[in-house]
Ligand binder design. Structure first.
Ligand SMILES: Cc1cc2nc3c(=O)[nH]c(=O)nc-3n(C[C@H](O)[C@H](O)[C@H](O)COP(=O)(O)O)c2cc1C
Length: 508
């Protein structure tokens, strides 16, 4: 068995309403670790959420004191009881991560970035971040975006060259809590994910059990109300589980031999700009990558019909399971070339003169629905957008690719954006560096995935499964097919683990 260091996930709460600080953080973590099951977790969260409301009442709300006085009284408390809304969601996520065999910790940004704008104990904050393998940031939605505490954290990392270098490759996940149903939880998570991957983090959303989106999305306005939002708690726990599973897999410290298999999907092209751009990037890679380049932009891809049951069937990945089998559509022929990679890079070219542009961007993305709902065929692949954009063309493909691809249960890294002007690529060196970072991440992720298969003989590895519909799954034959699908994936992984992992030094 390989030796495994227990990875650490640091939960970061980002609200001035935080109820925990100082020793209150440690006490919270100890309490979370003691909770044996979900039922007791929800009871704990309810109690702490209500305690937080009680903190407000005791601090002066019951006497109708002005808020500034209440605020001062709250801050003079010990910071060891109650949880703010974003802390409730974070505690749920940390509990789930801990259940996946990772170590957890909790800090409140309000301890480091004060209400008056002063920063305190920044060395300590930096140390905590650098000691962690992953950061799970939970904060309130302010104006459809993060609040200034989380903003200051991101700026701190951005402006500190040492931190910026050392956070590269750490894992990131997010939770956003807002007062309204469409209050901006998703915009907050997407902007934050864009910023964190730009800093070099590898990002994930919530897991497949909670349908793999951008992270935890809480709905809570009033103080002490987050515990009532079961859906928000579920997505937060899904984020914790996703991070826990990945952190654990990454901690085996194994490495693969040979190249990573990377699929380039050219979704929008103009005069071979994407093709040449990819070839130039590959020249510098010295065998670290085995590429497959598929030009989707000139294929015939008709629209997704939004059929009621997608995919048409439960089956092994090799079977094409979209309802569209028309001769005017190339997807069925493409299907085999979309399987069995370590990483996938969607590619698009954005130019002012659209005369020579060929594109299937949107139709292709919508047609991947059967791959997502068909048990997340792209699950745990590394992904990052690659775009070549003339200055001033604002098609935002790098952002749109991130929002669509993360829903395939992938791991996201920094979008690679080539800036074009008058036919020249202006940021060639930067693009090469970003591409090299992508390749390193792909090696790390592939090694992590295969290492656990090798270490645990597949006990822990469960290929993700999507519950299509209760009726479908009830049928025995389909259940059998689902079993074949998961077994098929496992068998492939076991074979790959044997063939691709370097010998385990602990055993040699
Ligand atoms: C300055 C400010 C802006 C806010 N903007 C939004 C918003 O855009 N959308 C939303 O749903 N809630 C918004 N809220 C509400 C908070 O996100 C919500 O109360 C949340 O539960 C606070 O979490 P906390 O208790 O952990 O601080 C805003 C609150 C404040 C103070």
């Amino acid at each position: 068995m390989p030796t495994q260091n227990r990875p650490k996930l640091l939960g970061i709460a980002g609200s001035l309403r935080n109820a925990r600080w100082g020793m209150g953080n440690k006490e919270l973590i100890e309490s979370i670790k003691q909770i044996p099951n979900e039922e007791e977790l929800f009871a704990f969260l309810t109690e702490e959420s209500e305690l937080h409301l009680n903190n407000f009442i005791e601090a002066g709300r019951k006497e109708g004191k002005p808020f500034l006085e209440i605020y001062k009284n709250l801050k003079s408390q010990k910071g060891n009881k109650g949880l703010s809304n974003s802390e409730v969601a974070l505690a749920a996520a940390l509990w789930s991560a801990h259940k996946k065999d990772v170590d957890i910790d909790h800090i409140s940004l309000s301890e480091y970035f004060t209400a008056t704008g002063r920063s305190r104990k920044i060395g300590e904050l930096k140390e905590m971040i650098l000691a962690a393998d992953g950061l799970l940031i939970s904060g309130p939605v302010y104006f459809g975006d993060r609040g200034s505490l989380v903003h200051d954290l991101i700026e701190m990392i951005r402006h500190d060259p040492e931190m910026h270098e050392q956070v590269k490759g750490k894992l990131y996940g997010g939770i956003a809590v807002g007062a309204k149903r469409n209050g901006g939880q998703e915009t907050t998570l997407i902007y934050q994910m864009l910023d964190m991957v730009a800093l070099g983090f590898e990002a994930v959303g919530n897991d497949s059990d909670t349908t793999s989106q951008y992270g935890g999305t809480g709905l809570a306005g009033d103080v002490g109300s987050m515990h009532k939002d079961q859906y928000g708690l579920n997505t937060s726990m899904g984020t914790g589980r996703r991070m826990g599973n990945l952190l654990r897999r990454r901690s085996y410290n194994r490495e693969i031999e040979g190249p990573v298999n990377v699929l380039f999907l050219i979704l929008q092209e103009s005069e071979d700009i994407a093709k040449r751009g990819i070839e130039n990037l590959l020249k510098e890679c010295n065998g670290k990558i085995a590429p497959t380049i598929v030009d989707i932009s000139t294929k015939n891809i008709i629209r997704c019909l939004a059929c009621d049951i997608c995919p048409t069937d439960i089956d092994v990945d090799e079977v094409y399971r979209c309802i569209i089998t028309s001769e005017q559509d190339d997807f069925e022929t493409l299907h085999p070339s979309l399987l069995d990679y370590d990483a996938v890079i969607p590619v698009a070219v954005s130019v002012h003169n659209t005369d020579k542009v060929t594109s299937n961007y949107q139709t292709f993305i919508e047609r991947t629905r059967y791959l997502r709902r068909g048990d997340y065929v792209f699950s745990d692949m590394l992904t990052a957008p690659l775009t070549f954009e003339e200055i001033g063309v604002r098609e935002h493909y790098s952002i749109r690719m991130l929002t669509s691809m993360i829903r395939h249960h992938t791991v996201m890294t920094k979008p690679m954006i080539g800036h074009l002007h008058n036919g020249d690529l202006l940021n060639k060196d930067q693009l090469f560096t970003e591409f090299n970072d992508f390749v390193s991440s792909a090696h790390r992720l592939t090694s992590a995935r295969l290492a656990e298969i090798d270490a645990e003989e597949t006990v822990k590895y469960n290929p993700v499964g999507y519950v299509l519909s209760a009726d479908k799954d009830k049928e025995d034959e389909r259940l059998q097919k689902r079993k074949s699908m998961t077994e098929g994936r496992k068998a492939k992984m076991i074979k790959q683990a044997k063939e691709r992992l370097k010998p385990n030094e602990a055993l040699v």
